[in-house]
Design a binder for this molecule. Structure first.
Ligand code: PHE
Length: 341
């Protein structure tokens, strides 16, 4: 009996078969337990020799069982350690973090600079009525500016009585909306998306503008020039010369296009140096008819407005030659310019 169980215990390959052996040998109805029960039928003399022997056997089997159990447990643990081995010296996998798109970054930055000069932020819809986009801005139906703007018109089903809508071609309709909402005096900027059917290295069908509007009792072109020079100096971090060129917009009188000083050195555009000029915005004194359209009395109020291309000044700041790259969502490009991790 002893040899049989000791051999079987030594051979047991897992904890389940070991438990079976324990039940067979020393469990309640185990072979050894049954033998111990028979002790009662023996004579005292027989019991005196058989009893201690059986007890010793039971102890020996029990300790063999627990020794083997421990060994099997160690083996199982070793197997787990082998299988679940982990190389803590491996370099970590880099986590790519998202980042704000350069155009959004510039939009926030520009907004913050004008906010410092007391301009509040205004907004308007991107799908705009042709009245806000054109008529209220002194661009009547026959005006050539409508054709020049490469406007996207919204389709209208037959019987649709709503006024014609367009994708706004500029942020200027927000001038009208904010004057209607707040009246005069007013000082707002309106950043946002605008749309024109145009596509080449410097034009995308969707781009960004920031509109500025300041109306009060004695605002002049001099205030406009000061505000713009303050802005460009803050934005580019260096003194930037501006050049005002007489121009024409139906909604301003007089009108000026504003250029900033720049140079092209080895293919890189640098602002604030050299003898080149780059057009960055249109501006002027708000036309009396525009004030009237927004129910602001031109006999009492006057002021300036400007509209600046955000993508353009983002290209200038980061030395980016092709505007289209902003909208390609090419991660390699974004990383190259440091716009993504
Ligand atoms: N809306 C004009 C454009 O998109 C820019 C502009 C705005 C000009 C305000 C004058 C005053 O070209």
């Amino acid at each position: 009996l002893r040899d049989k169980y000791l051999a079987a215990i030594a051979d047991a390959s897992d904890e389940a078969s070991l438990e079976n052996l324990r039940v067979q040998a020393v469990g309640k109805k185990g072979e050894i337990s049954l033998k111990m029960r028979e002790l009662g039928k023996m004579t005292p003399e027989e019991r005196q020799t058989a009893g201690p022997k059986l007890n010793a056997l039971k102890d020996e089997i029990n300790s063999a069982l627990s020794a083997k159990k421990e060994a099997l447990g160690d083996a199982a643990l070793n197997e787990r350690l082998r299988a679940e081995w982990l190389d803590v010296t491996l370099p970590g996998r880099p986590k790519r973090v998202g980042s704000i798109h350069p155009v959004s970054q510039v939009m926030e930055e520009v907004t913050a600079i004008f906010a410092d000069m007391g301009f509040a932020v205004a907004e308007g819809p991107q799908v705009e009525t042709d009245w806000y986009n054109f008529d209220a801005l002194n661009i009547p139906g026959h005006h050539p500016a409508r054709a020049e703007m490469d406007t996207f018109y919204m389709h209208r089903a037959e019987g649709d009585n709503r006024p014609p809508h367009v994708l706004r071609t500029h942020t200027s309709p927000v001038q009208i909306r904010s004057m209607q909402d707040q009246g005069a005096p007013i000082r707002v900027i309106a950043p946002g998306r605008v749309y024109r059917a145009d596509y080449d290295q410097t034009h995308t069908p969707m781009f960004h503008q920031i509109e500025g509007l300041a109306i009060d009792r004695d605002i002049s072109m001099a205030n406009l020039k000061w505000v713009l020079e303050e802005f460009f100096t803050a934005y580019f971090g260096t003194k930037v010369k501006t050049r005002f060129r007489a121009s024409h917009f139906p909604f301003t009188e007089p009108s000026a296009e504003v250029d900033i000083q720049c140079s092209w050195e080895g293919g890189t555009l640098k602002v604030g140096e050299g003898d080149g000029w780059l057009e960055v915005l249109g501006s002027g004194m708000v036309h009396p008819k525009v004030l009237e359209a927004a129910k602001v009395d031109p006999a009492e109020w006057q002021g300036f407005a400007f509209g600046m291309g955000i993508d353009r000044i983002a290209m200038l700041k980061y030395g980016i030659p092709d505007l289209r790259a902003f909208f390609d969502s090419d991660l390699r490009w974004l990383r190259h310019y440091g716009f993504a991790a």
